[in-house]
Design a protein around this ligand. Structure first.
Ligand code: GTP
Ligand code: MG
Length: 434
């Protein structure tokens, strides 16, 4: 019966029903609480054929939504010939199983949709390995819980059943693959670090921000690059770095990064940490915001919490309020600007405000680097090669007592390292970009 139906259908994409649970403390778009999960479903290539919302004090332990809603959902699935149900909430393995049993269709949660999108969008070898690592990290505890659940039945008759053995085999396979992936990623990242170190000592700036905020559009507008832009979530998964020539002279290196989202699955944050850590090498972050979204403020907070997780919250940052051309009401921008003093309004698509952005970046970079004289022993190879990698060296003076003084432009973030190594640093506070 079902088979007959599906061969009759012209559109072979999977048909999905979205389920949202409105909890008292949940942060949703009040006009359309399913807005984001609908965007995720669309990006994952699903056709949304229906949706269902339930207001609750807390999620139902067994089935997330209440039993009445489960019945309603089952009717909806049949009427719409749905292939799957997407729940905008994390599901425990047993909640997923219970719902699947009751509904007779596949049930997936928000994290699985995000992991799926990442898996289809990953293009470089590194991104693919990171996604696979995240997927295995996500499935490992589920694997355990799934088998534990089974072996509880088997354990009842007092035997170490095949479930237990199977679990061991599966777990060992998965754990082995995880180690293998980590080793491969480690190699790639070590190579990248060498590449970064070998770069000329030009200031670097990283774009960060909520997914779909317009980071890649801004990257293209500033550097003339040709990075993929799509009205989809997570269009960019691979970091790219391009030269951003300043209209007023000089240039910096600008990197695009993977977008953030509220409640980014932990396994993903962990495996993309290395990619995001490129941002921590940057002298400055541009936090790009879709200022035309009613969720702008909540998205800023979500990005800040990921930044905090990867230790970047205190990093020098400029907030870029993008899509100004689409903001329906100016007063909306004023509210955002009042909350965030270091912010610049732009439209990456229309090319508005980019000159002001350049000026703000110059000023921030001036503040983030110092003219310095660093004195150390001629034989201190470690510190001298550190300086060669991180500072813009202008000259060296040698003295009779085997000491060298390096005259350079030094990023502020290097002061900690030099202090740790007991090196003497003198600064006169002159600015490089006037
Ligand atoms: N109206 C308007 N649309 C913009 C602007 N900047 C970007 N967009 C649109 O917003 C959508 C997302 O842009 P991207 O540049 O791909 O966003 P992103 O932040 O790189 O997104 P991910 O890589 O998916 O995280 C695209 O449809 C862009 O055309 C802008 O200034 N104004
Ligand atoms: Mg992008």
């Amino acid at each position: 019966m079902t088979e007959f139906k599906s061969t009759e259908r012209k559109d072979l994409r999977e048909r999905a029903i979205l389920v949202g649970i409105l909890l008292p403390d949940g942060r949703y778009n009040p006009e359309d609480p399913l807005d984001e999960i609908r965007g995720l479903a669309k990006t994952a290539g699903l056709v949304v054929v229906g949706s269902l919302l339930q207001k609750r004090q807390q999620v139902d332990i067994a089935t997330v939504v209440g039993s009445g809603k489960v019945e309603e959902l089952q009717g909806l699935c049949e009427a719409q010939e749905a292939d799957l149900v997407v729940v905008d909430h994390d599901l425990s393995p047993s909640q997923g199983r219970n719902l699947e049993k009751a509904l007779g269709v596949k049930v997936i949660d928000r994290t699985e949709v995000i992991l799926d999108i990442f898996a289809t969008h990953a293009q470089t070898n590194e991104a693919r390995l990171q996604v696979e690592l995240a997927q295995l990290d996500y499935s490992l505890p589920r694997l355990k819980r799934m088998w534990t659940h089974l072996s509880r039945y088997k354990g009842g008759i007092g035997v170490r059943g095949p479930g237990e053995k199977q679990l061991e085999t599966d777990r060992r396979l998965v754990e082995g693959r995880i180690q293998d992936l980590k080793a491969k990623l480690h190699k790639i990242q070590a190579r990248k670090e060498r590449e970064v170190a070998a770069r000329e000592a030009v200031p670097t700036v990283s774009l960060v921000g909520y997914t779909n905020a317009g980071k890649s559009t801004l990257m293209n507008a500033l550097t003339g690059a040709d990075v993929l832009i799509e009205d989809k979530l997570f269009a960019t998964l691979d970091t790219r770095t391009r030269r951003w020539p300043f209209a007023g002279g000089g240039h910096v290196l600008l990197s695009d990064t993977v977008g953030f989202i509220r409640d980014l699955p932990h396994s993903l944050v962990a495996s993309f940490k290395a990619t995001l850590e490129e941002a921590s090498q940057a002298d400055l972050l541009l936090h790009v915001v879709d200022a035309s979204s009613p969720e702008a403020e909540a998205q800023i907070q979500a990005v800040n919490s990921v930044l905090e997780e990867i230790g970047l919250l205190g990093h020098p940052t400029i907030l870029v309020l993008n899509k100004a051309d689409r903001v329906p009401d100016r007063s909306f921008l004023d509210v955002l600007r009042a909350h965030h003093d270091e912010s610049i309004v732009v439209s990456a698509a229309a090319g508005d405000g980019l000159d002001r952005l350049e000026q703000a970046v110059r000023e921030a970079l001036n503040e983030s680097a110092l003219d310095a004289e660093v004195e150390t022993a001629v034989g201190n190879g470690r510190v001298l090669s550190y300086l060669a990698q991180h500072a813009m060296i202008r000259g060296r003076r040698y003295s009779d007592d085997d000491r060298v003084t390096v005259d350079c432009r030094l990023p502020r973030r290097c002061l900690g390292y030099l202090a740790e190594h007991g090196v003497d640093v003198r600064t006169d506070g002159q600015r490089m970009y006037a």
